[in-house]
Design a binder for this molecule. Structure first.
Ligand code: AVJ
Ligand code: FE
Length: 483
């Protein structure tokens, strides 16, 4: 019998507002990270970002990861009232309490029921089944109070850990091989954390008091320039079956013509040049879809920007300040990115060009998992893992550079690409069609690279996110390419 340190009766679930140090992760409010020029450094003990250490983690590691994921979810919502949690802050988003319940029931579905016999995703309890209730209607559901929900979370987690104790990692079962299903459930909680953060940025009433632990210093602006890719055959996607999603497979060779791509994401300074040059008014830069979006939204600046005299100010959670020219532009939709690129005489990269720029290593003739190599992100690698609750000036992280010389491809802002979300050759749904397959098609554009709100184990060079081209409540920016 394997004695999990985390109790199997449910005391694993942390109380909202309290954080206990974990066996292998040191997380908590004490840890602060202050970025210094070109070497973000810690003011407290070294921070270990929780990602599975091996393809085949031990049961203890899995339990620790589950505990840590829950502690983070609860940290994000710890200052919120029941009203904050139940309110529909925006028609695009669920009430936060719904995300929390959905996290728990998704976990129950995959880590208890499913391990005792195959289930369908559609067996998710009605209340928390995303397909039965569109986001805009979820506030009218009979959702429990936080106290009731916390109890529910604890009960489910207790059963999950009990089941983990007795599970046999049968390598012939693709769900259990390399603990895939555990990695999937962890990534699901991480992804809903980012969704919750989008809601918190949209929050009605008093702005969200973000529990910030990472702060950045003002930095000299990056000189915008492009780097060249010579063209040739590169590998796209992965065959990994321990953590990657079905839409990242199969690994395949793509022959890319030469192209150039921006060394940095587009900064607010560059975006302001576009705006000051009447970029929003000059129809020649806008596609048909872009014009329709402009007509419908009336937008003429990134979301969360407001004009104050002759200055632009922006709000990030509870901080309102002048737009920082050195940070990447964020909260722009695909059409805004497309129009900027047209104004600059450029275009958006395809997702293959993006992936080549992020990870292709011409010296080894292979694709790296991350821009800096194959080792997972830590707090020195990139602006990632939420606790900055903000973007960082584009040259804060010296290590966050790819073999081609592109900075900031992981973290800070998701980057729009020109690619539709579609299946790779040989695609096979695994383990449920509602994750990827249902969304393939021309309605969605692919975004790459994760944002500051993404947890490290939910991002890698091959990871593909997707959204409608009109969406900009997501933490989205872009960089440009050209032939
Ligand atoms: C990959 C971010 C588009 O939020 O719709 C969460 C992630 N899938 N629960 C989404 C997801 C199932 C998904 N995105
Ligand atoms: Fe989900």
């Amino acid at each position: 019998m394997l004695g999990l340190k985390i109790g199997s009766t449910g005391e694993c679930a942390l109380k909202v507002g309290t954080l206990r140090p974990l066996a292998s992760f040191r997380y908590g409010r004490l840890i602060a990270v202050i970025a210094r020029p070109h070497s973000p450094s810690m003011t407290a003990s070294r921070q270990t970002i929780p990602v599975p250490s091996t393809a085949r983690p031990s049961k203890q590691e899995i339990a620790d990861l589950l505990t840590e994921a829950r502690a983070r979810t609860l940290l994000l919502v710890s200052g919120l009232s029941d009203e904050d949690l139940h309110q529909q802050h925006d028609p695009l988003m669920s009430p936060i309490i719904w995300d929390i319940g959905h996290i728990a029931h998704f976990e129950e579905l995959w880590l208890t029921q499913n391990l005792d016999g195959p289930i369908e995703f559609s067996e998710m309890p009605g209340l928390y089944n995303p397909f039965e209730h569109p986001r805009a209607t979820r506030a009218s559901l009979a959702l429990p109070t936080l106290a009731e929900m916390t109890k529910r979370l604890r009960e489910i987690r207790g059963r999950v850990l009990d089941r983990l104790n007795s599970v046999e990692f049968d390598e012939r079962n693709p769900l259990l091989r390399d603990a895939y299903v555990y990695h999937m459930v962890l990534q699901h909680e991480y992804q809903h954390n980012e969704t919750i953060l989008q809601t918190l940025q949209l929050k009605k009433g008093k702005p969200y008091g973000a529990p910030r632990q990472i702060f950045f210093e003002i930095r000299a602006p990056a000189w915008p320039e492009m780097v060249s890719f010579d063209g040739g055959k590169i590998s796209i996607g992965t065959n990994d079956r321990s953590a990657a999603y079905d839409n990242e497979r199969a690994e395949h060779i793509v022959d890319l013509p030469p192209f150039q791509i921006d060394r940095y994401p587009i900064t607010n300074r560059q975006y302001l040049e576009f705006m000051n040059d009447n970029g929003y008014e000059r129809k020649e830069f806008w596609s048909e879809g872009g014009r329709a979006w402009q007509a419908e939204s009336g937008a003429a600046s990134p979301k969360y920007w407001t004009r104050n005299g002759d200055e632009w100010i922006t709000r990030t959670m509870d901080i309102t300040r002048p737009v920082d020219p050195t940070r990447p532009v964020s909260h722009v939709c695909y059409y805004e990115a497309e129009a900027f690129a047209a104004w600059a005489g450029k275009r958006l990269p395809t997702e293959f060009e993006w992936e080549a720029a992020a990870g292709w290593n011409p010296a080894t003739k292979r694709a790296q998992v991350f821009p800096w190599g194959d080792s997972p992100a830590d707090s020195k690698s990139a602006n990632i893992d939420q606790l900055a609750f903000d973007t960082a000036p584009v040259c804060t992280f010296e290590r966050n550079v790819s073999p081609l010389g592109c900075y900031g491809m992981i973290g800070d802002v998701w980057e729009w690409t020109s690619s539709d979300f579609s299946a790779y050759p040989g695609f096979q749904t695994f383990p449920y069609k509602e994750y990827s397959e249902e969304w393939f098609g021309p309605d969605y554009k692919v975004l790459r690279g994760g944002s500051w709100a993404t947890r490290p184990a939910a991002i890698r060079n091959t990871f593909r996110n997707w959204d409608y081209p009109i969406r900009r409540q997501i933490f989205s920016g872009f960089r440009c390419a050209q032939d």
